[in-house]
Each structure stands twice: as structure tokens, then as C-alpha cells.
Design a protein around this ligand. Structure first.
Ligand SMILES: [Zn+2]
Length: 278
């Protein structure tokens, strides 16, 4: 199932996976009752649902661009709590495409949580030696000024070495990175999250970030218990989802456990569900 190749117009993309993990199903579905979400993603005996970390490789204008870097390795306790299972890794995925970490030119971060930026560093050094890492300024500020509610998600060891090596650059709001590749703020999960948009020859792919962490999270109210500003999140979803549906955009989510890509279909109540592309 991973890596999975896809063409968006003229541009080659690959969904990579950095392996499976699990988080509490209640925390992943907020106020949605368990009888609804357990039919979508079946919990284990500890109430944890199956997830993945799914970075995306985009090859455009002879540049190798990675959206997110993967899941933090952590210690034995971390791996046990998260049921981390590396059935594949971002490095194996890159190898399949013929690339090494040193071949990555650019890393785009939706945000800096450890399940998204977890492979930024290896043994305290930048993993992608030649890459510039891009993140919204608001996200870096949030990561550097944590409080009790978000502190567990941010590990300074994942970005401080990048600041020291001059590899971390901050963005201010909507930014065109290359022709056809842009980032757009999508606050709510936290303040500085951004989604990534790729367009080529009329085809659109969206990397949804945690605005829609899996294809099962398409209904507007299926917000995360982890979202710091759930009403903002809801507003952002109502802003973006109809646009993405109107463009028939390919949706790449960061955590879907089974499907690399999907698309929206409208449900009977004016909201959305998804269908996988496979
Ligand atoms: Zn996440």
C-alpha cells in the first residue's frame, strides 16, 4: 500500500508512510460518540484507533520536496504508548523512489508536532542535510512558547538543531513556494498550522494536515479532542472543504491508516464524506 505513486497533472507525487501508530479514539474524535467512530476506525482493548504517519514526496522542477518528515522514534515507553510499528518508514519509501535523505531540497511542515516533524533530526543532527525546512512563523512561536495543554506535542530537539544549522525558515501566511505549490494557513488544531496545495494542469491535490487527519474525519463536526481552538477549526473546515470538493481535489491526509488518497463526496446534509482513490 505504501509508498503509493500518483500524478497530479504533470507532477509526480508519492505518499510515503513512516509506519503505524495508535492514539486514543476518544481524543481523535472529540465529542463524537464512540458508537459512531468505532465503526470507522476500530479501537483496540486500550481504546486506541489505528493511524499512520503519511509524509508526501512531491517532485517538481527537479526538486524533491517532502511534506512532513514522519513519526518521532522516542524511547521504549513512547513506542509502547503509541503502539508504534514501523512496517515501513519514510526512509524505505524514499529508497523505493531512488532517493536518500540528502536528496531532499525542501521540507514543508504543516506544524511541528512530533507525529508530523518526528524525523527532522537523527541523533541530534538534521536528518535531511541539504533541505531547507519551511514552517509558519506563528507555528514556530507556538512551539517555542508552550503551555500545559500543548507542551507534550512539541519536542525542541526536532527543530532547535535546524535553527542552529540555518535550515529553518519561517513563512507569513499564504505563500507560493514554487509555481503550482502553495501553503495556506489553517488554524484551529493550533494557531500556526498550514495546509499544502498542489496544482498542475487543472488537477489539484491538498495535503490536509490535521484539519482532516484521516479520510474518516470529513464530517464537519468530526473534530479532534486535541484541537486547541475547535470552533476556529470548524470555521476553517467550512471555508476549505467546499472549495476542495468543487475542485474535485485529491486529498492526502497525514494519518489515514489505510488509504493514501481520497476525494470528497457530498452527504445528504450539505456536508462531506470521502471515498478512497484506490
Ligand atoms: Zn497529527
Amino acid at each position: 500500500m505504501w509508498p503509493r505513486a500518483l500524478k497530479v497533472g504533470q507532477i509526480q507525487v508519492h505518499s510515503l508512510s513512516d509506519g503505524k501508530f495508535r492514539l486514543d479514539g476518544g481524543a481523535m474524535f472529540g465529542v463524537v460518540p464512540k458508537p459512531l467512530w468505532e465503526k470507522l476506525l476500530e479501537p483496540d482493548e486500550l481504546n486506541r484507533i489505528p493511524l499512520r504517519t503519511n509524509p508526501l514526496l512531491i517532485q517538481i522542477e527537479n526538486k524533491n520536496i517532502l511534506i512532513e518528515t514522519g513519526m518521532f522514534e522516542g524511547d521504549e515507553k513512547f513506542r509502547r504508548i503509541h503502539a508504534l510499528e514501523r512496517d515501513t518508514t519514510v526512509f524505505e519509501g524514499l529508497k523505493t523512489v531512488g532517493l536518500e535523505p540528502s536528496d531532499i531540497h525542501l521540507v514543508i511542515h504543516t506544524h511541528l508536532h512530533y507525529d508530523h516533524a518526528g524525523r527532522n533530526t537523527t541523533a541530534g543532527k538534521p536528518t535531511f542535510q541539504h533541505a531547507t525546512h519551511l514552517v509558519q512563523r506563528a507555528e514556530l512561536e507556538e512551539a517555542q512558547n508552550t503551555h500545559e495543554r500543548n507542551r507534550a506535542s512539541y519536542l525542541p530537539e526536532l527543530w532547535e538543531p535546524l535553527i542552529a544549522s540555518g535550515q529553518l525558515e519561517t513563512l507569513e501566511g499564504h505563500t507560493e513556494i514554487l509555481e503550482g505549490l502553495s501553503v495556506h494557513p489553517a488554524p484551529g488544531h493550533n494557531l500556526g498550522q498550514q495546509i499544502v496545495r498542489l496544482k498542475s494542469e487543472g488537477e489539484v491535490l491538498i495535503y490536509t494536515a490535521d484539519l482532516m487527519p484521516t479520510l474518516s474525519h470529513a464530517p464537519y463536526a468530526y473534530l479532534l479532542g486535541y484541537d486547541l481552538y475547535p470552533v476556529t477549526c470548524l470555521e476553517q473546515r467550512k471555508h476549505y472543504f467546499p472549495q476542495w470538493a468543487a475542485e474535485n481535489a485529491i486529498l492526502a491526509t497525514p494519518h489515514d491508516p489505510e488509504h493514501a488518497f481520497g476525494r470528497f463526496v457530498e452527504n445528504a446534509r450539505g456536508g462531506f464524506l470521502t471515498v478512497p482513490l484506490e
